[in-house]
Design a binder for this molecule. Structure first.
Ligand code: BEZ
Length: 167
């Protein structure tokens, strides 16, 4: 069990699936120093919005199983990638995230958080720069109690099903 890294900030746009996918919204900060000490959250890291595995396999079960996460005491799910918050807002709408703020799609700009915990992924050879690896972690009142990083690009240990089994 380790302390969540201090001074970690994400940015996100509050959006709903019914919003026009072309409406940009205003990015707001998600300050982990302020938010996490009072919450149990699941942070889901992925290499990129709209990429095939993230979009088809990894993230949708977190949306469809939102009620199961809530039933296990989770206050919020935060999906993070290195994309900017406008792209993440469009991805959230495209995935029909109708969780009313329970699941937010937030930008880990420049993969700063992923780098802090050694979960960055170098995709420069694919022209995608440095990204976040695929992972999921449970942070309970600022303590990382579960952390699962994939060893390849597939979805196994970081799946919604596996994380639910650890809660
Ligand atoms: C994916 O399918 O999730 C993916 C594709 C290319 C790069 C990274 C991730």
């Amino acid at each position: 069990m380790s302390e969540f890294p201090k001074n970690t900030k994400f940015t996100y746009v509050k959006s709903e699936p019914k919003d026009d996918i072309l409406s940009c919204g205003i990015p707001i900060p998600y300050d982990c120093d302020k938010e996490l000490p009072s919450k149990k959250v699941v942070i889901v890291g992925a290499p990129g919005a709209f990429t095939p595995t993230c979009t088809a396999d990894h993230v949708p079960p977190y949306i469809s199983k939102a009620k199961e996460f809530k039933a296990k005491g989770v206050d919020q799910i935060i999906v993070i990638t290195a994309n900017d918050p406008f792209v993440l807002s469009a991805w959230s709408k495209a995935l029909k995230n109708d969780s009313d703020g329970f699941i937010i799609f937030a930008s880990d700009g420049n993969s700063e958080f992923a780098k802090k915990i050694g979960y960055d992924l170098d995709l420069t050879s694919k022209g995608m720069g440095v990204r976040n690896a695929r992972f999921a972690m449970v942070v309970d009142h600022n303590k990382i109690v579960t952390s699962e990083k994939e060893s390849d690009t597939g979805v196994s240990v970081s799946s919604a099903e596996n994380i639910l089994s650890k809660l």
